[in-house]
Design a protein around this ligand. Structure first.
Ligand SMILES: *Cc1c(COP(=O)(O)O)cnc(C)c1O
Length: 243
């Protein structure tokens, strides 16, 4: 056997940190899934990540997934019988919705009723009876720089979104503010969890998934109920700064 790659070592460390955070809050760590965020990461490194066991991956741009898909999906080194699942975690423009449905298994960033309706029409056509899993992005901090539903708008739109037959709404997602210390992200995560609980009491078919937490704050997110943590730099190292 070759030595474990740096990515395998990073994975072991992350899973250990998730296990501790889950234990601190009395949660089962198996309820937490890592989305390995591969923006700016080369296809070779992505294949290493998959070989190391990261079976859920995230890109934030449709074009970037498109550019790399041929060098990733065609290889056969995946753990037996499994196919990696891809999440779109960045904003989706309506003119890329069709490509997104073709290239991703789950779209985390539905931020309007119009986008939900468009994806529903495309999924009905392309997925033939297999609803497209999605999350609804919420701007819980009311941060002008962030996409997502305002909580009050989501409450109003939810009845219509949940009625769309070709979408399966698995839960909520948020992108927290950049904060100097992980603990300062906690109110954002608590707010998303509370919103999910309130909405689910009125809309029982809304899923329980909570996608929240990144490299700098995923342990706090797990303590507050995250079921998906989106982690890039702790797996792949610092990203090149893009101009
Ligand atoms: C880049 C990105 C992440 C991962 O960020 P890291 O700090 O590298 O873990 C998570 N979520 C979204 C939406 C991103 O764009």
């Amino acid at each position: 056997m070759s030595e474990p790659s740096d990515i395998a070592a990073a994975r072991a460390a992350i899973l250990k940190r998730i296990a501790s955070a889950a234990a601190r809050s009395g949660r089962d760590a198996s309820a937490v899934e890592v989305v390995a965020v591969t923006k700016t990461v080369s296809p070779e490194r992505i294949r290493e990540a998959i070989a190391a066991g990261f079976m859920t991956l995230g890109e934030n741009r449709v074009q970037e997934r498109q550019a790399k898909v041929g060098e990733i999906d065609a290889v056969s080194t995946y753990p037996a019988g499994e196919q990696p699942r891809w999440h779109l975690i960045g904003p989706l423009q309506s003119n890329k919705a069709r490509r997104a449905v073709e290239l991703f298994d789950l779209i985390e960033t539905i931020d309007s009723l119009a986008l939900a309706q468009r994806l529903d029409r495309i999924a009905a056509e392309l997925r033939r009876g297999q609803p497209l899993p999605v999350l609804l992005q919420v701007n819980v901090d009311a941060d002008a720089a962030k996409a997502g539903f305002a909580p009050a708008d989501l409450d109003r739109a939810l009845t219509e979104i949940l009625a769309l037959p070709a979408l399966s709404v698995e839960g909520l997602m948020t992108v927290g503010r950049v904060v100097p210390e992980p603990d300062l992200a906690r109110p954002t995560f608590v707010a998303l969890r509370d919103l999910s609980e309130r909405l689910r009491s009125r809309h029982p078919t809304l899923g329980e998934a909570l996608s929240m937490g990144m490299t700098d704050d995923f342990e706090v997110a797990v303590e507050e109920g995250a079921t998906l943590v989106r982690i890039g730099r702790a797996i792949f190292g610092a990203r090149p700064t893009v101009g």
